[in-house]
Design a protein around this ligand. Structure first.
Ligand code: AMP
Ligand code: TRP
Length: 349
């Protein structure tokens, strides 16, 4: 670490080339929340920018270890799901995190940059650790440092995520800023979150105040990519609602979290704004709206699930794709780690 602490001219406004990075945990499979909040935006980014997409298997073990074979299957299934949704592993980089050790090397460095106070403020840790915080893994506590490392190992500048990751990206910015400041040079970009669309926070179908999550005990709370059409229709039919009809304007959804959630899901699936969606379906009772919503969801998910199932018949091909992606990922991150060893002062031959 340099001894001069005030900013010096060497800390300049470096222009970093625009690069997209994002990650998703393998366990539990893809939900409608993942799809609308994040993955659809991942797909859209590919048209214009260099993208690096990662199945974050190291993050998955912060909660618990699954049986090895089901863990492997979950990682392959998430990779296949991403491809089925439209991620192109030829043009862009798709791999699983544990095939690039640069992430953990950088995460260790960030463990020594991030402050206890910063991590203590992370609401997702509090939610995931629950009441028994003493029993949470230490990995769960430093989870956001690994996430920052995922992104900054590639000097990525933009990160498409759902709303629940906003605070983690704020931490990533703080880590980058502190590192740049302490070493008096602009090693890392300050990342921009991309939280886009009508459904940045999809809520549980059973409780409109709770996030739809792959780890919720009730499978009825979420729609999974692999649910068949009958299951999707049944889950939407049984989704919690209120007795009122849908309003024609967003203001009419105030205090009606379940109605608001279903309307947002519909708008996002249709790719329109909430206002436009309500202009179309406002005035309808839920008994009439739910079958329309189910049909819209099935039309999008059924072909994706079909192509996912086809890919899962050839796991060796998925492994090949991930290994190739990891090789390309390492080619981008290796020079970043080499630069860091130099900047920090590690001796390397
Ligand atoms: P995870 O399943 O926690 O690995 O999340 C993968 C991506 O999906 C992240 O960008 C999350 O922000 C996003 N995501 C997860 N759940 C939801 C949800 N209920 N609504 C919107 N986005 C979500
Ligand atoms: N923490 C993210 C989630 O649970 C997943 C994730 C890991 C991620 N590393 C990332 C997202 C890097 C964006 C960028 O949703």
């Amino acid at each position: 670490m340099s001894d001069a602490s005030p900013l010096t001219p060497s800390l300049s406004d470096v222009e970093f080339p625009k690069r997209i990075f994002s990650g998703i945990q393998p366990s539990g499979g893809m939900t409608l929340g993942n799809y609308l909040g994040a993955i659809r935006n991942w797909v859209a980014m590919q048209a214009e920018f260099d993208c690096v997409y990662c199945v974050v298997d190291w993050h998955a073990i912060t909660a618990s270890f699954d049986a090895p074979e089901s863990f492997r299957t979950a990682t392959r299934e998430m990779a296949a799901s991403l491809i089925a949704c439209g991620i192109d592993p030829e043009k862009h980089i798709l791999f699983n995190q544990s095939q690039n050790p640069d992430h953990v090397e950088l995460a260790w460095i960030f463990n020594c940059v991030a402050r206890m106070g910063w991590l203590n403020r992370m609401t997702q840790f509090k939610e995931k650790a629950g009441k028994n915080r003493e029993n949470a893994s230490t990995g769960l506590f430093v989870y956001p440092n690994l996430m920052a490392a995922d992104i900054l190992a590639y000097k990525a500048t933009h990160v498409p995520v759902g709303d629940d990751q906003r605070q983690h990206l704020e931490l990533t910015r703080d880590i980058a800023q502190k590192f740049n400041h302490d070493f008096e040079r602009t090693v890392f970009p300050i990342v921009e979150p991309l939280i886009l669309g009508a459904a940045t926070r999809v809520m549980s179908l059973r409780d409109g105040t709770k996030k739809m999550s792959k780890s919720d005990a009730s499978d009825m709370s979420r729609i999974n990519l692999r649910d068949d059409s009958d299951t999707i229709a049944a889950k939407i039919r049984k989704a919690k609602t209120d007795p009122e009809a849908l309003p024609s304007e967003p203001e009419g959804l105030a205090g009606r979290p379940e109605a608001e959630n279903l309307a947002n899901i519909y708008a996002a699936l249709r790719g329109v704004t909430l206002e436009e969606a309500l202009r179309e379906v406002g005035g309808k009772q839920f008994s009439e709206f739910k079958p329309i919503l189910a049909e819209t969801a099935i039309a999008i998910f059924a072909p994706i699930a079909e192509s996912l199932n086809r890919m899962m018949a050839d796991p060796a091909e998925i492994d090949r794709i991930l290994a190739k992606g990891a090789q390309r990922a390492r080619a981008v991150s290796n020079p970043v780690l080499a630069e860091l060893r130099e900047v920090i002062g590690f001796v390397h031959g």
